[in-house]
Design a protein around this ligand. Structure first.
Ligand SMILES: Cc1cc2nc3c(=O)[nH]c(=O)nc-3n(C[C@H](O)[C@H](O)[C@H](O)COP(=O)(O)O)c2cc1C
Length: 366
């Protein structure tokens, strides 16, 4: 249970940073979905390390293989087993951390809980595990393409450290043109200088990522323990380094009055229309047909070159510098991970809705 998520479309990931391989077992995949490894590779390549100078220079090919659940290019309805081999394991980069706990990492909590840990690259706590999620998200995307072709899922960075995007400059096409997956070209320029300097100094910074699901039908999500927002928040919060999750207005809703926050409803030619989207497309845990908007904050990378105080396993005071190859801003590579988690949750809820209610929303207006 602790390595799985999803109700019907159920993903279990396995493996560690420095084991021979890691992957995902994806159960509940509808039969007859076209699926080939190249389709998943497309998404994995976006998360892959070493894509530009702003991500870690580890060299992982991140090549995914489909071991089961597909026959002649189509899913069979049986579990889809995905495997990604680890090819760039340099255990010597991590020798120091076997005895010392790195501040900001899971070393101390894993040790206190289990009394044993794999220190190589952070073991199971390493964000290398997110490659498996991205592969599973690729499966979800292909299933969504077949079942609900209007759905589009896109993620982008809206903040790096103190620098936020200007929404007046928001351009969907820009997201693919810069190394930060941001819709604001000017912000990308500022961030390049800012992150370039931080990287040279061996420092790091946090970020905010927004994921939008467009074209999702009304009716996804259920009261009370299977709310769409509950599952989306849990999915995003489960990503390494995530410290905050918001739906729609999120924390800023606390600053608004009821008049400003409630999205007014009018009848349009094709059904209900909303004057705004403070709710982030979800009311009572159920999608309204508006864009579903989820946002998450990642903390600054904990592995930095400035010596930090810590202790050894024996309880002695120590200092640690986390050498090795690290992302100066994990937000960049977290974008495809957030998209993948959203794809898995949305497909899961589409299947749940079909199981309980049937095809499409049941209620009619007008
Ligand atoms: C895509 C991605 C890449 C990451 N890369 C690094 C990294 O290179 N160095 C690092 O110290 N942390 C990195 N992290 C964050 C750590 O995995 C994470 O902070 C650590 O496991 C402790 O877990 P927690 O921050 O969720 O509490 C990355 C996170 C993500 C999502």
């Amino acid at each position: 249970m602790m390595n799985s998520f999803g109700h019907i479309f159920r993903v279990t990931t396995w493996g560690e940073s420095h084991g021979p391989a890691l992957g995902a077992t994806v159960d509940g995949v509808p039969p007859g979905v076209c699926l080939e490894a190249e389709m998943l590779q497309h998404w994995l390549d976006r998360r892959k390390p070493g894509q530009n100078r702003f991500t870690t220079q580890r060299r992982e090919a991140d090549e995914v293989r489909i071991l089961s659940g597909v026959y002649e290019g189509e899913t069979t309805g049986t579990p889809v087993q995905l495997m990604i081999e680890n090819t760039d394991q340099r255990s010597k980069d991590y020798g120091d951390i076997a005895e010392k706990f790195r501040p900001g990492h899971a070393d101390i909590s894993y040790w206190l809980k289990y009394g044993i840990r794999d220190p190589r690259g952070g073991g199971r706590s390493s964000a290398r595990e997110t490659a498996a999620r991205v592969a599973a998200g690729g499966v979800a995307r292909e299933a969504l393409k077949a079942l609900a072709p209007g759905i589009e899922i896109r993620g982008y960075m809206t903040r790096m450290g103190a620098h936020e995007i200007d929404r007046a400059r928001f351009d969907w096409d820009e997201i693919e043109r810069n190394p930060f997956w941001t819709p604001d070209a000017k912000a990308a320029e500022t961030w390049a200088d800012y992150l370039g300097a931080l990287r040279k100094a061996g420092s790091s910074v946090g970020a905010v990522i927004e994921v939008v699901v467009r074209g999702a039908p009304a009716g996804l999500g259920a009261p009370i323990y299977a709310k769409l927002d509950t599952d989306l928040a849990a999915a995003m919060m489960s990503i390494n380094a995530v410290k905050g999750v918001e739906i729609g207005e999120g924390m800023r809703a606390a600053e608004l009055t009821g008049e400003n926050n409630a999205d007014e409803i009018t009848m349009g030619p094709d059904g209900p229309e909303f004057s705004s989207n403070h709710a982030g497309g979800i009311l009572g845990g159920i999608s309204t047909g508006q864009d579903i908007v989820v946002r998450f904050a990642v903390k600054p990378t904990s592995s930095i070159l400035t010596p930090r105080k810590t202790i050894t396993k024996a309880g002695e005071p120590a200092e640690i510098v986390t050498k090795g190859r690290h992302d100066p801003c994990v937000g960049i590579r977290a974008v495809p991970v957030g998209e993948a988690m959203a794809a898995c949750v949305v497909l899961d809820h589409l299947l749940l809705h079909r199981a309980q209610v049937g095809e499409g929303p049941r209620g009619r207006i007008g």
